[in-house]
Design a protein around this ligand. Structure first.
Ligand SMILES: [Ca+2]
Ligand SMILES: [Ca+2]
Ligand SMILES: [Ca+2]
Length: 137
């Protein structure tokens, strides 16, 4: 089975006066690295700026799981936004750490971060080869 996380459509970047600054983690059956490569975006480090209404693509965050004999797959995404308020008296929160890679992240906010988790389970009919499908979640 081939899974391609290929775009992010930003509905609300969570920053009133600017674009949001993000890191994303993608999961296949709650596995952040189904092929031993962490499915994160940006792929290595840093953050990506995306504004409300923008679409970020191509992400090229892909997984190949073979053999695959279950009749469903769980896809999940974490989004963490740097909610640091730049100012002379503020600490600068540049380090996203690794909590955006937590499959149980959930949704919430703190003074430094805002985070959101989305999940969808796709079910297949039978085990024959299915045509590729594009689903949003
Ligand atoms: Ca924000
Ligand atoms: Ca904004
Ligand atoms: Ca921000």
């Amino acid at each position: 089975m081939d899974i391609k996380f290929d775009k992010i459509k930003m509905i609300d970047d969570s920053d009133d006066l600017s674009e949001g600054e993000f890191r994303f983690g993608f999961f296949v059956n709650d596995d952040i690295a189904p092929n031993n490569v962490t499915l994160q975006y940006p792929p290595v480090s840093g953050e990506v700026g995306i504004a409300s209404g923008e679409t970020e693509e191509p992400l090229n965050r892909n997984a190949h799981v073979w053999p695959y004999d279950a009749n469903s797959v769980s896809l999940k995404v974490n989004a963490v936004e740097n909610d640091d308020d730049p100012g002379p008296a503020d600490e600068d929160y540049e380090n996203f750490g690794s909590f955006y890679l937590d499959p149980d992240l959930g949704t919430g906010s703190s003074e430094q971060w805002e985070w959101l988790q989305g999940q969808k389970r796709l079910t297949f009919i039978g085990l024959t080869q299915e045509p590729s499908q594009r689903r949003g979640f």
